[in-house]
Write a protein that binds this ligand. Structure first.
Ligand SMILES: Cc1cc2nc3c(=O)[nH]c(=O)nc-3n(C[C@H](O)[C@H](O)[C@H](O)COP(=O)(O)O)c2cc1C
Length: 165
């Protein structure tokens, strides 16, 4: 009971943490897969490394853990529909009608995002229900536009405004 209380409290507190929204893609046996993911962060610049936290029950988990590649696509404010599409709404043929290319690994690089990091998996650490994949960045690029944000359970346009002094 206490554990359930703590879990609920944990979720409530996490909702207060604003994040960007990404779609993490992978490719296994020629089949692309993607999932909406906010648990993404930079790890190291030398060499360039990032991490993503993936629920091991997600279908994407099998793709990333076996192919050992993933690409973090950072969504633009106008791409809410993609965030919803890749959060389980569409189970099969996820990429139908989605414009994408590829970079170093062959994992989908979605068009219209504000940037991407194309990675090969260097480490996988199990942590509770999730796996932390640490990726070595093989290629990356940034583009213009405002990021899509997630806060208090909803999507937001995080307009980059300085708070000044
Ligand atoms: C805004 C948002 C952020 C999410 N962040 C994560 C995350 O960081 N890690 C994760 O495992 N799932 C996250 N999810 C849930 C996955 O997108 C969802 O479980 C997905 O449908 C798994 O897809 P799959 O089973 O088709 O691979 C997030 C969902 C949303 C809407």
């Amino acid at each position: 009971m206490i554990e359930a209380d703590l879990r609920d409290r944990f979720k409530r507190v996490m909702r207060r943490h604003p994040t960007g929204v990404t779609v993490v893609t992978s490719l296994r046996d020629g089949e692309p897969r993607g999932m909406t993911l906010s648990a993404f962060t930079s790890v190291s610049a030398d060499p360039p490394m990032v991490l993503v936290c993936v629920n091991r029950e997600a279908r994407s988990y099998l793709y990333i853990s076996t192919s050992r590649i993933f690409c973090v696509n950072m969504l633009a404010a106008g791409q809410r529909e993609l965030a919803e599409r890749f959060s389980g709404r569409i189970r099969d043929r996820q990429f139908e009608g989605v414009a994408y290319g590829t970079d170093a690994t062959g994992a989908p690089v979605i068009e219209g995002t504000i940037g991407h990091f194309d990675c090969e998996v260097e480490h996988e650490h199990h942590a509770g229900s999730h796996s932390i994949f640490v990726g070595r960045v093989l290629a990356c690029a940034s583009r213009g536009g405002n990021p899509l944000g997630y806060y208090e359970g909803g999507f937001h346009d995080f307009i980059a405004q300085s708070v000044g002094t």
